[in-house]
Design a protein around this ligand. Structure first.
Ligand code: SF4
Length: 219
């Protein structure tokens, strides 16, 4: 039988080993395994500054950083700002945004209780899809926003947001209807509200996804 002293030594060795391992993972940049230093949304916004890290800065009116509760349990991530969002500097304020607000309210939540942002923070010209280099330049700031908020659930809206976050090329239709994982956060992909405006018949599938989110949210 080990005495109390040797048990304590073993415990101390285990703690030291664990600490070294965590620091080693951190030195490799494996942030998913390491408890992150807390960062605030304000700090992320400050770091972004008057960003010119990609060519979308040349045509934007406003950076659309994100909007909502810094402590939100649920974050919606879209693709990029459209014309109305670019003009106002706020995410999801056009027709698609109004539909998103209705979807949120149908889940018995208010917009102010969730956080809403996009993969890229400047409007792609003519609402084209964001390009790979633009996503690569902007995504670190989305990652930091999610690190600051630490939500329980992320709902990705549309193909671009879903494929970017989940690092997949699978079509969204094959990813909907079940939770995926992003750094320990549950991710539910669903159609973008702009797609729903063009294809109202798809609302049923989105509503089924929202019900799954609601169940997870209430846990
Ligand atoms: S899209 Fe993102 S990376 Fe590109 S200029 Fe805007 S804020 Fe910067």
């Amino acid at each position: 039988m080990p005495d109390d002293k040797s048990s304590t030594q073993e415990l101390e060795q285990l703690i030291a080993y664990t600490r070294n391992y965590v620091e080693y993972q951190g030195s490799l940049g494996l942030t998913g395994f390491v408890p992150q230093r807390s960062i605030s949304l304000e700090q992320v916004r400050e770091e972004l500054g008057d960003c010119k890290r990609c060519k979308l800065c040349e045509t934007r009116t406003n950076i659309v950083f994100g909007d909502g509760d810094e402590r939100a349990k649920l974050v919606f991530v879209g693709e990029g700002p459209g014309r109305d969002e670019d003009a106002q500097g706020l995410p999801f304020v056009g027709r698609a945004g109004q539909l998103l607000t209705k979807i949120i309210q149908a889940m018995n939540l208010e917009r102010s209780q969730v956080y809403i942002c996009n993969i890229v923070k400047c409007r792609p010209p003519e609402n084209r899809n964001p390009q790979t280099d633009e996503i690569a330049a902007c995504e670190p700031f989305l990652q930091k926003q999610l690190e600051a908020i630490k939500p329980q659930i992320i709902c990705t809206l549309g193909t671009s947001a879903t494929q970017t976050l989940l690092r997949t090329t699978e079509p969204i239709s094959k990813l909907m209807g079940r939770f995926h994982e992003y750094h320990g956060i549950s991710v539910m992909p669903t159609f973008h509200p702009a797609y729903l405006l063009r294809n109202p018949h798809a609302k049923k599938e989105v509503w089924e996804d929202m019900q799954l989110i609601q169940q997870e949210y209430d846990k």
